[in-house]
Design a binder for this molecule. Structure first.
Ligand SMILES: Nc1ncnc2c1ncn2[C@@H]1O[C@H](COP(=O)(O)OP(=O)(O)OP(=O)(O)O)[C@@H](O)[C@H]1O
Ligand SMILES: O=P(O)(O)O[C@@H]1O[C@H]([C@H](O)CO)[C@@H](O)[C@H](O)[C@@H]1O
Length: 163
């Protein structure tokens, strides 16, 4: 499957989710900005996928990221980020969302398992009530220490200042 085929609109994704559910597949959902892909993302997404059968990634649009992380972000546009994330073997679907949070997306998809890195407590994870209310699980995956997009940006800026 070409990575482009893994990027869905929400109506397309809901059809795909129904097909997966009819096959008895456990649907895992996570979300994030994923501006610059790094080892922490890869480690946590691989582990998230192993919690079920299909991993859906909700990806913030450029406008959403600019609102929640500031006007200097994102560094990579949404279609670039979507293709990069869709290229990962353990990501089964990518869907963009333009809101500040993925709450509406999670209410529409009704995943069986909701996952974030453990930089978030379960009670902080947007949508945890929705998933728990239908008997689903909300889990966190330990961070790989020292890896963040912000740190990468800072390293680049420091290197530029040194040269
Ligand atoms: N070092 C890490 N190890 C494991 N998971 C991580 C790590 N950093 C971020 N994540 C997870 O990746 C997802 C996307 O986070 P995000 O795109 O904000 O990455 P980030 O590197 O923290 O970016 P920023 O520095 O801009 O906040 C979140 O669920 C977060 O919990
Ligand atoms: O990449 P981030 O900043 O970890 O992703 C954010 O996660 C928020 C989270 O789901 C809160 O529990 C979400 O509200 C926000 O839109 C980003 O996706």
């Amino acid at each position: 499957m070409n990575s482009k085929d893994k990027i869905y609109t929400l109506p397309q994704l809901l059809e795909q989710v129904q097909t997966w559910r009819d096959q008895g597949q456990i649907i895992v959902f996570t979300n994030g900005c994923f501006d610059l892909l790094h080892l922490g993302h890869v480690d946590y997404l691989e582990k998230a996928r192993q919690l079920g059968d299909k991993l859906i990634l909700g990806l913030n649009t450029d406008a959403s990221i600019s609102r929640i992380k500031g006007p200097s972000r994102p560094l990579q546009d949404e279609m670039s980020r979507a293709r990069v994330m869709a290229s990962l073997l353990f990501v089964d679907a990518v869907v963009l969302f333009n809101e500040d949070t993925p709450l509406e997306l999670i209410e529409a998809i009704q995943p069986d398992i909701l996952v974030k890195g453990d930089d978030y407590a379960v009670a902080q994870i947007v949508g945890h009530e929705v998933v728990q209310a239908r008997g689903g699980a909300v889990k966190t995956v330990p961070l790989v220490k020292g890896y963040s997009t912000t740190n990468i940006v800072k390293k680049i800026e420091n290197n530029c200042n040194l040269n």
